[in-house]
Design a binder for this molecule. Structure first.
Ligand SMILES: Nc1ncnc2c1ncn2[C@@H]1O[C@H](COP(=O)(O)OP(=O)(O)O)[C@@H](O)[C@H]1O
Ligand SMILES: [Mg+2]
Length: 318
């Protein structure tokens, strides 16, 4: 379940400013993918392009045979029904309680009666751990709860694709861990395609099946988590390991002098690849890979100490 998103040669500019160009990747169905990148690299613009809120100048976004980048408004309206979206701030209506906020898409887009709506809303509130908070106003609850409520609302139309913009922004590390666990548990339960945009490296290292990195107006790399976490490619390596040594500078790219000065400094070794987060509910995810599977299949020896507690971190054949 969940549907695949096939993106080819996508470019977006605002006026003369290119945001990103020639972005090509396939976001696999039913898997959890993270799109990472420094602030201002166009991650939110990318999500908006995927739901047709922003029109790219070049390229295509194929979902079940429809090209979002060029289809008619009518087709777009239909295809949008596949999506659930959680925007950065949760985008709750401040004057409505959580129940009405979560019920909103059902009242707008379906002909369901109030008792059917109540059942669906309560089911989704339960899924995100907010049962009992239906009567609260968005202003009365914590940022973490608001994000959960936004998530419940994104789930009410049973999406095939869930787009989530910076779920961890403004959350403390513990709440971030809880919401990450919630994503993995939800993915196991609803089997939709998840695309999470973030600049949080800790979440990126443990949550997704796949990682993409937007950097300097292009997609530096997209692929399985283990591929990026074991990559020696300088930009990927620097960003995913939060290192100062590498081509990424304080503001943008380092200049030639800065890089030359660094030429002598050795890159710190790659840290171990952590285990991927597993569902807490006992429900198995269809897409959960064995730890070290990608490395093994591709003959890559993961950094020492990877996949602690399993045999998967050992070099092939040892
Ligand atoms: N509607 C718009 N019109 C003009 N420029 C925009 C618009 N939306 C975003 N931008 C610009 O696109 C760039 C990327 O923005 P954004 O996608 O929000 O970055 P990120 O989410 O990665 O932090 C920024 O420079 C921003 O100013
Ligand atoms: Mg953003």
């Amino acid at each position: 379940m969940g549907v695949e998103i096939k993106i080819d040669g996508l470019s977006k500019s605002f006026g003369k400013q290119l945001i990103w160009g020639d972005v090509s990747l396939t976001i696999p169905s039913g898997e959890v993918s993270v799109m990472l990148g420094p602030s201002g690299t166009g991650k939110s613009v990318f999500l908006k392009a995927l739901i047709g809120l922003i029109k790219p100048e070049k390229g295509s976004i194929l979902i079940e045979g429809t090209d979002i980048a060029s289809c008619s408004e009518k087709d777009l309206y239909e295809i949008r029904k596949l999506f659930g979206v959680l925007f950065q701030d949760g985008a709750m209506f401040g004057s409505m309680n959580l129940f009405d906020n979560v019920a909103f898409p059902l009242r707008e887009h379906t002909k369901k009666n109030e008792s059917e709506i109540r059942n669906i809303v309560m089911e989704k509130m339960d899924l995100v751990g907010l049962l009992g908070a239906e009567d609260k106003l968005p202003g009365e609850i914590s940022g973490g709860m608001r994000k959960r409520a936004g998530l419940a609302r994104a789930l009410v139309l049973d999406p095939e694709i869930l787009l989530i913009d910076e779920p961890d922004s403004g959350l403390d590390p513990v709440r971030t861990s809880f919401i990450n666990q919630l994503f993995i548990d939800l993915n196991a339960q609803i089997d939709a395609t998840f695309l999470i945009v973030t600049h949080d490296i800790n979440s990126t290292r443990t949550v997704p099946d796949n990682i993409g990195l937007l950097y300097h107006k292009h997609l530096a790399m997209f692929g399985p988590r283990e591929m990026l976490l074991s990559s020696e490619e300088p930009v990927v390596r620097q960003f995913l390991n939060a290192q100062t040594v590498g081509p990424i500078g304080m503001s943008e790219e380092k200049d030639a002098d800065e890089l030359a000065a660094e030429g002598e400094i050795e890159m710190p070794p790659l840290p171990p690849i952590p285990m991927q987060l597993e569902p807490s509910s006992g429900i198995q995810r269809h897409r959960q890979r064995e730890p070290g599977e990608w490395c093994r299949l591709n003959g890559i020896t993961p950094p020492p100490g990877s996949f602690e507690g399993t045999n998967a971190g050992l070099a092939p054949g040892s």
